[in-house]
Design a protein around this ligand. Structure first.
Ligand code: SF4
Ligand code: SF4
Length: 179
């Protein structure tokens, strides 16, 4: 099978440097607003900061894949004497919590690394984190041509089908295509 080059973008989180200012949440939601920068609402952000000042816990977490089912087992983490809640490190948009869901539609949110045209030099949350808690990295990998993950459109359609059923989604698309 043919190999193709793929740029893998990643963000390293240095949790010790995060002070919980939430600038990353504000700029992410503003960047993804329609029109762009017309509003900001952390509930629409693709990065959320677990903040527990009394326990000195500040943990930025990126929205990852949507999952239709919540997991059956939970993990507990104790790091440097700090005990984290069971779902704190999880990146999924999942039925067991309201995190990483668009507040109006309920559709899952997923970090898209601030895809834009022209491409940004670095993602907005990284640019706005003045404490260097978020570090952007890029590397090029060779992958099989078919090795592509589902895009946001596919994830969004799956979520709509879960919520409203296939027939209602098909009827809505049929109506929209006639506009
Ligand atoms: S902008 Fe940086 S320091 Fe502020 S909450 Fe986000 S990750 Fe933490
Ligand atoms: S990389 Fe972009 S889309 Fe992802 S959390 Fe940061 S600002 Fe939001």
């Amino acid at each position: 099978m043919a190999k193709v080059k793929k740029t893998v973008k990643g963000i390293t989180i240095v949790a010790d440097k995060c002070n919980g200012c939430r600038a990353c949440e504000l700029i992410c939601s503003a960047f993804h607003a329609t029109p762009k920068y017309s509003s900001s609402n952390p509930a629409r952000s693709r990065i959320r900061v677990v903040r527990e000042p009394l326990r000195d816990i500040y943990l930025p977490v990126y929205a990852g894949e949507y999952t239709a089912a919540e997991c059956t087992g939970r993990d507990k983490y104790i790091i440097d004497g700090k005990e984290y809640a069971e779902c704190d490190f999880c990146r999924a948009s999942c039925p067991s919590r309201n995190l990483f869901k668009e507040p109006d539609s309920g559709l899952p949110l997923k970090c898209d690394m601030c895809e834009d045209d022209p491409a940004l030099e670095k993602p907005k949350c990284v640019e706005w984190c003045l404490n260097d808690a978020l570090i952007y990295e890029e590397r090029v990998e060779e992958v099989e041509e078919e090795d592509v993950s589902p895009g946001d459109v596919e994830i969004g359609v799956d979520s709509l089908i879960d919520k409203y059923g296939l027939q209602q989604v098909l009827d809505t698309i049929a109506r929209a295509s006639k506009r």
